[in-house]
Ligand binder design. Structure first.
Ligand code: BG6
Length: 473
């Protein structure tokens, strides 16, 4: 169904950007911070971890948000952000992850960030764990494979809610929780290499995260009934490569693997298709009665990242798409980014409708954007990037959000990924840039870290000021 209606967003729609501590903060060994898994992952998810932090790891300094947060937040305010999504680095609060008492210096840093946001009237949206498990938990406990992590996470969230609960009203428990099946170290702090990890251990880790997430929701609601907790998943609409029933079934199975997490988050129990999968694949999970009870604490809203759709097929001769950790095969109808991520604005409307129809929970798009190589040029004596490709990508995706809103989907807000250039999660490069703000830092670590407004900076500011009316169909 097509329409020529004007682009309309609801009043109070939240506009902003999203980041993660390990990709922006730097200062990896300052303020009493312990090491996180990211400090020993210089190549993103592509290559194995190192033993100790190595100088080629761009995340160690990242874009130095740790010292420049005030300047960066002022730039977000200049664009008119009403929300900023960021994560708290677990290893700043509990350097090893398993201490009894938190690190006051780490807590004080996020006080300062929240002060700055408050000063500009920007609402914080905080991710509790974004691909940055304390390294000690990975090495000593094998990350989320161990049930002990539930207790450590519980201690961590209690500290966060107590300290910040009066000023942070929206929290996300785990970034892209459904990625743990594909990237166990990055997502679940699981030190055992993926090829040596038994499926039972992997699903047990996923179960522990689901229980910890539901426990956080329970604690948040007990702390303050005004606090809203969301899950965060990778949203990826999957299309059949052909209309062959076997391909449609392949889509259903892939959907189940992705949606199981949010099914548990929103319904409070494992769906039948998951139990069948466990039964038929010798996956024996330790699920206690107490776990079942905790899982009934369902989320208030569902948040997700959206970058691409993909195709599935039952044909084993078709190969997986480039740069995509979730598998699938390329769609012959779609263009792709320089990193092979296929661009599909309509898929965003599809997924918003699918999620709303399935769970009936408010939705929040907390990541979306184009990673591209930018060129700093001088226009009228001012250094900038003429990033029309980024403007066009975001425009087309946002128009589809408005379409979903017109379809009746309740969408709380939109935070584009990387409003300021940051270090890529999958490749650990600086040159995969998403920002409205250019950061002078290159893949070899050189650069002054100076910030420059790109063309998209003014464009996004206008989108926000007009509440989407300036978007073009
Ligand atoms: C999401 C992650 O998967 O995608 C972010 O939550 C990440 O941490 C973003 O940065 C974009 O991916 P990449 O690999 O281009 O940085």
């Amino acid at each position: 169904m097509t329409t020529s209606n004007p682009v309309v967003f609801p009043d109070g729609f939240l506009w902003g950007g999203a980041t993660a501590a390990n990709q922006i903060e730097g200062a990896y060994d300052q303020g009493g911070k312990g090491l996180s898994i990211q400090d020993v992952m210089p190549n993103g998810i592509v290559a194995p971890r190192t033993e100790v932090p190595t100088p080629d790891n761009l995340k160690l300094e990242a874009i130095d948000f740790y010292h420049r947060y005030a300047e960066d937040i002022a730039l977000f305010a200049e664009m008119g952000f009403s929300v900023f999504r960021f994560s708290i680095a677990w290893s700043r609060i509990f350097p090893n992850g398993d201490e009894e008492a938190p690190n006051e210096e780490g807590l004080a840093f996020y006080d300062r960030v929240l002060d700055e946001l408050e000063k500009h009237g920007i609402e914080p949206l905080v991710t509790i764990s974004h691909y940055e498990t304390p390294l000690h938990l990975a090495e000593t406990y094998d990350g989320w494979v161990s049930r002990d992590l539930i207790g450590f996470y519980e201690r961590y969230v209690r500290v966060l809610f107590e300290r910040y609960g009066h000023r942070v009203k929206r929290w996300l428990t785990f970034n892209e929780i459904n990625s743990v099946l594909h990237a166990p170290l990055l997502s679940g702090g699981i030190n055992t290499p993926k090829d040596r990890l038994a499926p039972s251990a992997l699903f047990q880790a996923a179960h522990h995260e689901l229980v910890a997430s539901a426990l956080a929701t329970k604690i948040a609601h007990e702390t303050d009934p005004d606090i809203q907790v969301g899950c965060m998943v990778i949203a990826m609409p999957i299309y059949p490569l052909t209309p062959a029933p076997a391909d449609v079934l392949a889509v259903m199975n892939a959907d189940h693997a992705n949606l199981m997490f949010s099914d548990v988050h929103t319904r409070g129990a494992y769906p039948g298709y998951a139990l069948r999968y466990f039964r038929e694949n010798d996956i024996e999970l330790d699920i206690t009665d107490e776990d079942r009870e905790i899982l009934t604490n369902t989320v208030d809203f569902v948040s997700f990242s959206y970058y691409m759709s993909l195709c599935e097929t039952a044909d084993p001769t078709k190969s997986a798409g480039e740069g995509n950790i979730m598998g699938g095969v390329p769609n012959p109808h779609l263009p792709a980014s320089e990193w092979g991520w296929q661009i599909d604005p309509v898929g965003l409307r599809v997924v918003l409708n699918q999620f709303w129809d399935r769970w009936g929970k408010p939705l929040f798009i907390v990541e979306n954007g184009l990673g591209a190589k930018d060129r700093l040029v001088e226009v009228d004596g001012v250094k900038t990037v003429v990033d029309d490709y980024r403007i066009s990508y975001l425009n087309d995706h946002l128009v589809q959000v408005a379409e979903a809103v017109a379809d009746g989907v309740q969408v709380l807000g939109y935070t584009s990924w990387g409003p300021i250039d940051l270090v890529s999660a999958s490749t650990a490069q600086m040159s995969k840039r998403y920002g409205f703000i250019y950061v002078d830092r290159d893949d070899d670590g050189s650069g002054t870290l100076t910030r420059y407004r790109k063309k998209s900076f003014d464009w996004y500011g206008e989108v926000i000021r007009s509440n989407g009316a300036s978007l073009t169909r």
